[in-house]
Design a binder for this molecule. Structure first.
Ligand SMILES: Cc1cc2nc3c(=O)[nH]c(=O)nc-3n(C[C@H](O)[C@H](O)[C@H](O)COP(=O)(O)OP(=O)(O)OC[C@H]3O[C@@H](n4cnc5c(N)ncnc54)[C@H](O)[C@@H]3O)c2cc1C
Length: 475
């Protein structure tokens, strides 16, 4: 549909749902709340579109009513929770309808069932802060400003080694299907296939309006149940860090241990400065040398290691709330030898230098996914990513544009694509959708891709979601 026609027909739909739900819940393109929400997204590229209206649901029935109208009138739409998607278009829409969950931010703990209920608009930092006095936490992410969309992509936290991907802690999900029908999916009811698909299926399977998840007993802020922190390294330590990262991924399968190794380049003018950040945590009173000794022996510029609470661990890198930069992610997955890691490091440097005029920074990050994480997830019902057994690294590349630049140049896009082509995943490993490029067919890398396609056809037989909202390809 041409933009004019799309705009007119979405305006008709917006006015109809506004007539029913009221002008607080359905806001047309004026007013401070509309503008702040339309331009909320973390990646500047996702702040450019102007939806015809924004729906601010207070409960699932508002999502149902709006979604049914969107389906009936064939309107483009998008959903935004924490706003941290780096894939352009995945949490915003031009001339369509945006669901924005800023009024659905409740979080609560039920001791009887030892579970936590989350509404989709809460951010992980808010959830941890609210639950900290009770000594429990949901499995979420590692930075406070990120939101619940993380669960739909899988979810990696400092507790993943012990409990699996964050979405493995689901107990029950309320989901509004494309038709507007509301269903509750669990591991054992008639929507068990949908339940599984929402562990990695991203925004393709419906709009989740309630997550009921396991409570993890991590202690209060006064209980320093973790030991760890961060270490900053100079660029001269980079090669040793590449070796230590590969060795860690290959050899450590201790559920209490967690690291995130991020190689970073800051670009000021045309000067590129490499500096590298390791966060490491161990769920005990001290860090075993056998696990972290290599990293501790590498020359560092700054080391901050101590006993910490879980909430302190999650604050160690700050909230991740910085806005104002166009962002692009890309993913790979490694279980090869050190050459594979060294190649990625060198190619990342080449990419950074080739397009440094457009960028303010780049990151090459490794999150080990240990065998225990995979097996504990499988024992808990599994997910459609279904990595094969054995340790591997989820590899993330991030390109951050210069401040205020609204669109990526074609030179940058082709350099990034070349870089991604140069660091292919090891055969059989799934890519991590929360860290991918929109150009990567992540679903096709999942162990249970065929199951995912069957489930998608069952719940969205007209492929409405694929046709009317941006998101992962492959269904
Ligand atoms: C600074 C930063 C730190 C990060 N750290 C981690 C980390 O530690 N661990 C990790 O696993 N990932 C991490 N990520 C990646 C993160 O998981 C993804 O960006 C995730 O998609 C963010 O979710 P969100 O709710 O914040 O974003 P949004 O952009 O709001 O949502 C992400 C996607 O999910 C869809 N979506 C959101 N809510 C719903 C819903 N209720 N129903 C249906 N679809 C929905 C959106 O449409 C969008 O496509 C990080 C990203 C950034 C930018």
């Amino acid at each position: 549909m041409a933009p004019d026609t799309a705009g007119k027909s979405s305006l008709r739909t917006c006015i109809r749902i506004q007539n029913t739900l009221g002008s607080d819940i359905v806001q047309l393109s004026s007013g401070l709340e509309y503008l702040a929400s339309a331009s909320n997204a973390w990646s500047l590229y996702n702040t450019v579109d102007r939806p015809t209206c924004i729906v601010f649901p207070r409960n699932a029935s508002h999502v149902q009513l709006a979604m049914a109208a969107i389906f009936r009138d064939k309107i483009r739409y998008a959903v935004q929770s924490g706003g941290h998607s780096a894939m352009t278009g995945w949490n915003t829409v031009q001339d369509g309808i945006l669901f924005f969950f800023s009024y659905m931010k409740d979080v609560s703990y039920d001791p009887a069932s030892d579970s936590i209920t989350l509404q989709p608009g809460i951010h992980w930092g808010e959830a941890l802060t609210a639950l900290e006095p009770l000594g429990v936490a949901p499995l979420g992410g590692r930075l406070g400003d990120v939101g619940t969309g993380l669960l739909l992509g899988g979810g990696l936290s400092y507790l993943s080694g012990e409990y699996g991907f964050s979405s493995n802690a689901y107990r029950e999900l309320d989901v509004v299907l494309v038709t507007g029908e509301l269903v509750t999916a669990t591991a054992t009811n008639k929507y068990a296939d949908l339940f599984r698909a929402l562990k990695g299926g991203a925004n393709r399977f419906g709009i989740v309006t309630r997550y009921l998840v396991d409570a993890i007993h991590i202690g209060t802020n006064d209980e320093k149940n973790f030991f760890g922190g961060l270490i900053l390294y100079p660029n001269s330590s980079a090669e040793a860090l590449v070796y230590a990262t590969e060795k860690y991924v290959r050899t450590v399968n201790d559920p209490k241990a967690s690291i995130l190794m991020a190689f970073t380049s800051g670009i000021n003018g045309s000067v590129v400065t490499g500096s590298h950040i390791l966060t490491l945590f161990y769920r005990d009173a001290e860090l075993p040398q056998s696990i972290c000794g290599d990293f501790l022996s590498i020359p560092a510029t700054y080391t901050q290691l101590s006993a910490v609470s879980y909430i302190e661990a999650n604050n160690i890198l700050g909230p991740g709330a910085d806005r104002g930069f166009g962002q692009l992610f890309g993913a790979s997955a490694f279980n090869g030898g050190v050459d594979q890691y060294m190649n990625a490091f060198r190619r990342w440097n080449e990419h950074t230098f080739a397009v440094k005029e457009s960028l303010s920074g780049t990151v090459l990050a490794f999150t080990p996914i240990i065998d225990h994480q995979i097996s504990v997830g499988r024992a808990n019902g599994g997910n459609l990513m279904d990595p094969p057994g054995g340790n591997y690294a989820a590899v993330q590349v991030q390109s951050q544009m210069k401040s205020g630049v609204l669109f990526p140049s074609s030179t940058l896009l082709s350099s990034r694509q070349r870089f991604l082509d140069q660091i292919p995943r090891s055969p059989g490993l799934p890519l991590y959708i929360n860290e991918c490029s929109a150009s990567q067919n992540v679903f096709s890398t999942y162990g249970k891709y065929n199951e995912m396609r069957r489930t998608y056809s069952k719940y969205d037989p007209t492929r409405f979601n694929m046709r009317y909202t941006d998101g992962p390809m492959g269904l």
